[in-house]
Design a protein around this ligand. Structure first.
Ligand SMILES: *Cc1c(COP(=O)(O)O)cnc(C)c1O
Length: 445
């Protein structure tokens, strides 16, 4: 074990207001050529990033609590990732594993077999994006079971391709105007402890989901049930304990492939290697992406060998899936997670966040309804004081106040009323503290 090293000063330093003149110039060029449907949370343009900071085109150093949407957990320029990529890119940029294979692909699959939960034999297909990993989980589950139907949780987010849009709950901005969607997708009521009209145990919430699926779909028709262990875009919703294990047991009893989507929560983010470990889950299939590549595009669908092997040769994969540069980056990122003990650092981040923000939540007149999550995957849910009525305007105000101070945070939530922490796991704690103090100020404003 060793401590992270940084090559950029880990500091918040604004030399212009945001966005500065250089960012404004790029923004004007963007307006002319980049599709409006592609949006950015930040108004500034990135020049460099490392540890817990982004340095923009004007030289402003901003505290980054977004990590490129939970991707740069090891930092955006971690030494082992950079070295591995530089070496790999000088050897060969691409050969397509589908035609001419290479060792890096196999090595990433070995790491996934070893690190993901479940002590059974596992196999993996590597792809380019999280959505593609989820698509492959559905493909193998359908092939293996010979069934069509897919069960997904309310408030889920699984991606932006046609199939994964159908599996995602939030219409705006993800689905509106983009239908028709893939058939045979069933959204069941999920555990959302804070917004439950009457409190349910995990087992009761699972039974509600099971009753829903049995009456409307029938267990015999379900190929798979797909669930995030902590719902990400939906609001960092941690289900009631016992809920996911009960769903897993029901899936086992009925031959339904139990798929856990760890694309956002996986690879140390939650304070464990995988958030599934909090409930002792052993998913049949697990999807990963985001932090897996240390910033380069790569995603994986890993599962029980018999399930993964059921698809015919040539049925899985793609031109770029498991690109050699991405594999090299991924091996560097995983080595970094081990060397710098990132699960432990994620837990330290949670401790710090709870210590600094706990008081806001305990005040009954507070607009902070709940602080929840695990590790470095925490969120605040904003409500009208004393109620559970979502207050998206407050979440927006907080994020915008913070941005003007040089701290980048992202919103989330099915109602857009949550503010989430997704810092790099290597953010120095004093830098995180500085951001938390500014956050408290913005909330009280
Ligand atoms: C981000 C995300 C996806 C989609 O990943 P992309 O790489 O954007 O396609 C799927 N599932 C979860 C849980 C995610 O957070």
């Amino acid at each position: 074990m060793s401590d992270p090293v940084y090559h950029l000063p880990q500091e918040r330093k604004l030399v212009t207001s945001l966005p500065g003149p250089s960012s404004r110039k790029i923004e004007a060029r963007r307006d002319a050529v980049v599709a409006k449907g592609v949006s950015s949370s930040a108004p500034f343009y990135v020049d460099k990033a490392d540890g817990g900071v982004i340095v923009d085109a004007d030289g402003n150093s901003i505290i980054d609590l977004g990590a490129g949407i939970a991707v740069t957990s090891v930092g955006a320029s971690a030494p082992r990732v950079v070295e591995n990529v530089q070496k790999a890119v000088a050897n060969f940029t691409h050969s397509s594993f589908a035609t001419t294979p290479y060792e890096g692909y196999v090595a990433v699959c070995e790491q996934l077999a070893e690190l993901t939960p479940g002590s059974f034999a596992k196999k993996t297909v590597l792809v380019n994006s999280g959505a593609e990993a989820v698509e492959n989980a559905v493909k193998v589950a359908r092939h293996y079971t010979g069934r069509d139907a897919v069960a997904v949780a309310e408030n889920a987010f699984h991606g932006r391709t046609n199939l994964t849009m159908a599996m995602t709950s939030k219409a705006m901005p993800y689905k509106t105007g983009f239908g028709p969607f893939a058939p045979e997708i069933y959204h069941f009521p999920a555990s959302y402890p804070f917004q439950e009209p009457t409190p349910l145990t995990g087992e009761q919430a699972a039974q509600r989901a099971i009753d829903y699926l049995e009456t409307r779909v029938g267990a015999d028709h379900l190929a798979c049930l797909v669930h995030e262990p902590i719902q990400g875009e939906g609001g960092f919703i941690v289900p009631e304990p016992g809920y996911l294990p009960a769903l897993q047991a029901w899936c086992r009893a009925h031959g339904i492939v139990f798929v856990i989507d760890e694309i956002q929560s996986g690879f140390c983010r939650s304070g464990k290697w995988f958030a599934s470990e909090y409930e002792g889950l052993e998913p049949d299939v697990i999807t990963t992406a985001k932090a897996l590549g240390g910033g380069l595009p790569i995603a994986a669908c890993t599962g029980r060998a018999d399930i993964m092997d059921s698809a015919q040769a040539g049925g899985l994969g793609g031109t770029y899936g498991g690109n050699p540069i991405s594999c090299a980056a991924s091996l560097g990122a995983i080595a970094t997670m081990k060397e710098w003990d990132l699960p432990n650092r994620a837990q330290a981040i949670e401790t710090e966040i709870r210590a600094k923000l706990g008081d806001l939540v305990n005040d009954p007149a507070s607009c902070v309804g709940e602080l929840r999550g695990h590790g470095a995957m925490m969120a605040l849910e904003f409500v009208a004081p004393g109620t559970r009525t979502p207050d998206a305007a407050k979440a927006k105000q907080v994020v915008s106040d913070l941005l003007s101070e040089g701290v980048l945070m992202l919103t989330c939530g099915i109602n857009g009323n949550c503010v989430r922490f997704l810092p790099s796991l290597v953010i120095p704690i004093p830098l995180l503290d500085e951001a938390l103090d500014l956050l408290v100020k913005a909330i009280k404003a």
